[in-house]
Design a protein around this ligand. Structure first.
Ligand code: ADP
Length: 496
């Protein structure tokens, strides 16, 4: 059963192969015309040979018919001259000749079998009316010919004179010559020709098979080169772009593959960079903790205050490590497919109130005022957890990168399609040349300052991912020493 299936799938595979198909097409393109040509040539030879034979026989029998009239053979079959001529003709054409008189009686049969019998056939009757007929039976290899015996000669005083043709046609036949002529010689020639043509055809077939093999291999070779080049890249021998320019089609395949390769390289590079960034970021708090712990252990008598101070620093580093890890987890979640998004219809005013309520204590410690302005009530289809994270990060940054006594203003507005959340602050601002980088993972404008205030460098990356998941957009306007404004725009109805 399994073997059978294997054989079948092998056959199907061969049928699917371009090389096999090309081979068959070239083979058929060579064989069909050559076989067709053989048949056409043999057929036209047969037609021509049979026609020549018929014309020849008809001429001979016309002469014979004249002799039959002249010698009065229809009345008396004893004429030695005519009988000899009849024997000669039947020998010459390897056939049989019957002479039929007006009473449809056979008065002479060169085979001597049917003499005295009556023959009433359609051809004979038609022939009596003056129209000769021929019938070629290719299967049995003979031609049946009827020739009317017409008295085309009238006796005049000056001798024997032929009538005009129009007169001949009108005159009725006095008898009919019914003859069958063998075509065996034609068949023999045909047979020889056929055999020779077949030998030539067989030789041609060998050449055609060879040509089909070579051509099908040559034509499909570029595709094999593509596979080979891709396999080399896959096996890691090379990571260069591949090139097979033999056909436009292979060029398209190779271009598409090179683009894919390029994308994979970019992905790989960014993955490596991300991993090294993560390791670095996770190592930094650990290094600080180790330094703090080592210096405590190195001292014999550590005063309680110093102990407490170092332990507080260690606790802060642990918290930082914790923040980086939880931010990383959030980011990984954001990077997952959009199917993970959990969309519900929400009151955005309430959502913002809640975010600000949670962040106000932090703002108070930094002496920053948080103001919320809602232009209109907004209800939208959003993922509560992801949007909360995104907006919290923006407000938290506005508080963190602010100045003592500064302010943070959050404005909520909407039109019939989108709602916008504007988060502006009176903080330190971001230099113009840094603006395009702030959404990158682990990117910080001022590393030491950001670290000091507990930033992981992942906040804006998380925010941007979350907003893009909502099919929204985010843009930033900032001026150093003046403040920053982030504007988030999200569709009210989540597009599927
Ligand atoms: P972090 O965790 O360091 O805050 P983010 O991804 O949230 O990381 O922000 C990236 C960097 O962008 C920050 O380090 C900071 O330098 C800058 N930044 C973000 N928001 C503001 C803002 N409101 N004002 C000034 N600088 C900002």
């Amino acid at each position: 059963m399994f073997e059978k299936y294997k054989q079948l799938s092998g056959k199907v595979k061969i049928l699917k192969s371009l090389k096999a198909r090309l081979f068959v097409i070239i083979l058929l393109a060579g064989v069909i015309p050559s076989v067709g040509m053989r048949y056409a040539i043999l057929q036209s030879y047969e037609d021509r040979a049979v026609n020549v034979r018929i014309a020849d026989v008809q001429n001979q029998f016309k002469i014979l018919a004249n002799h039959l009239i002249i010698y009065g053979y229809l009345l008396d079959t004893s004429s030695e001259v005519v009988n000899t001529e009849l024997d000669q003709l039947s020998n010459l054409y390897d056939g049989r000749v019957l002479i039929i008189d007006q009473n449809f009686k056979v008065i002479k049969d060169t085979y001597g079998i049917s003499e005295g019998r009556t023959v009433i056939s359609e051809e004979v009757i038609r022939c009596f009316k003056g129209s000769a007929s021929t019938n070629y039976d290719s299967k049995n290899g003979y031609i049946e010919i009827t020739t009317p015996i017409v008295n085309t000669v009238v006796s005049t005083t000056s001798g024997i004179q032929a009538e005009t043709e129009s007169d001949t046609k009108e005159s009725l036949a006095e008898g009919v010559i019914l003859s069958s002529v063998s075509t065996s010689t034609i068949m023999a020639t045909l047979d020889i020709l056929n055999r020779r043509a077949m030998i030539v055809e067989l030789i041609a077939l060998v050449f055609i098979v060879a040509i089909a093999l070579v051509l099908s291999n040559l034509l499909t070779a570029p595709f094999e080169r593509v596979t080979q080049a891709i396999n080399e890249v896959k096996a890691g021998f090379t990571d260069e772009e591949i090139s097979v320019n033999d056909y436009v089609e292979t060029e398209h395949i190779v271009d598409a593959f090179n683009q894919l390769l390029g994308r994979m390289k970019v992905l790989d590079d960014s993955r490596q960079e991300f991993v090294s960034n993560v390791s670095h970021e996770l190592k930094t708090p650990l290094t600080s903790m180790k330094v703090l712990a080592d210096s405590l252990m190195a001292q014999e008598e550590v005063p309680a205050e110093l102990y407490k101070e170092f332990m507080t620093d260690i606790a802060n580093e642990i918290e930082r490590e914790n923040k980086i890890i939880s931010d990383l987890l959030s980011l990984v979640k954001m990077d997952k497919k959009a199917a993970d998004i959990n969309i519900v219809s929400m009151d955005i005013n309430e959502l913002l109130e809640l975010i600000l309520k949670r962040l106000r204590p932090i703002a108070r410690t930094r002496n920053v005022e948080v103001i919320f302005e809602s232009i209109r009530p907004v209800t939208a289809e959003v993922d509560e957890v992801k949007l909360t994270l995104a907006l919290s990060n923006l407000v938290e940054n506005a508080i963190k990168y602010n100045v003592p006594g500064g302010w943070v203003r959050v404005i909520l507005d909407a039109d019939h399609q989108f709602f916008t959340v504007e988060v502006s602050d009176s903080g330190i601002g971001i230099p113009q040349e840094e603006l395009e980088h702030i959404y990158e993972r682990f990117y910080r404008v001022d590393k030491s300052h950001s670290r000091e205030i507990g930033g992981s460098g992942l906040g804006l990356a998380i925010t941007r991912s979350a907003i893009l998941m909502h099919r929204g957009s985010i843009r930033v306007i900032s001026e150093e020493e003046q403040g920053t404004t982030f504007i988030v725009k999200i569709p009210l109805i989540h597009p599927v």
